[in-house]
Design a protein around this ligand. Sequence first.
Ligand code: SF4
Length: 393
Amino acid sequence: MAAKKRDDGIGRVGTLAEPTGMQAWSPDDGHLLDVQNLAVEFRTRDGVAKAINRASFHLDQGESLAILGESGSGKSVTAQAIMGILDSPPGFVTGGQVFFRGVDLLKLPEDQRRMVRGRRIAMIFQDALSALNPVFTVGWQIAEMFRVHKGLNKSDARAEAIRLMERVNIPAATQRAGNFPHQFSGGMRQRIMIAMALALDPEILIADEPTTALDVTVQAQIMELLGELQAETGMGLILITHDLGVVADVADRINVMYAGRIVEAAEVHDLYAHPAHPYTEGLLESIPRLDQVAGELKAIGGLPPNLTRIPAGCAFNPRCRYAQDICRVDPVPPLVELGGGRSSACHFTHELLAGKLVPAGKLVPAATQVPTATRANRAASEVAAVIEEGIDE
Ligand code: SF4
């Protein structure tokens, strides 16, 4: 991999060669970020919670990856482990590698890790209000990034802050730079957080539930903004969300997590059109649809498992309508490559994709098999069609 010229964030232009003490580039790794067999556990009084269990995925330059799952699935912990901001104790990375441009971040000493954090991999959080300092104006807080990290003087740093506020579409940026965080709406505060994250021109932006606290109209605006900024800067984007509906237009690929494991990984349109894992299928069915005016909104029954007591076999089995005896005993179904860049961790992936599974795990008798899509897959296809219509419009 060729080393690339870049500004190191403090005004010096150099190469991406690793600083003293970093280990060698990994041999044939061409990914911007390559997470391999990452394992994280929390040691609590109730026992050891396996928050991430051998998760592997990658992100390329200019690519957008969504990590999706319910609360407790391990998606935010994955981001914290990449950033090196896990609360430890009780959280510990117990295995795996996180290669950023070929260098394993987990092996870096903290001072070098800090050089990567914020400058080369930035993160925005769900709650922008608590992430901003209430006693300083937003202009001052953004400008501080340029003063501290790039050594700009006060007026140049303020000019840069205003330029960034305009870039994230904050109206009357020059005047509003003098306002405090509480004088902005939730959506505008999130734009300010995005501006701060972009200040040092990161190569990867991790957005952890960036729209959860916002109403649906503002959610769409923020997602659109993130998509635009990514296209403009070429950065890699990791979107962490529990809501499949918000990432359809922005993500290139989706990793679905359940109980600390990746259970499905696919290109976004493949996943929407033909989910290969029953959990993904359930998430798709639970998206509210504008064209469905009557009937109950479907939800996945039950709750995610307590991570100190993950069920034997497939962790999803107590909630899965297709579960059979084999699903309730170890080993855990492995994440199997299906071709075309997708994979799934279910004993019955092929039957599900072929429309041969029905609830209760019984195979549909051959004479009555639906050759194309199951009822559930049809519902997912309809959702995909609605999303496609939205994209076309
Ligand atoms: Fe459901 Fe069994 Fe597949 Fe798990 S392995 S998702 S329980 S069918």
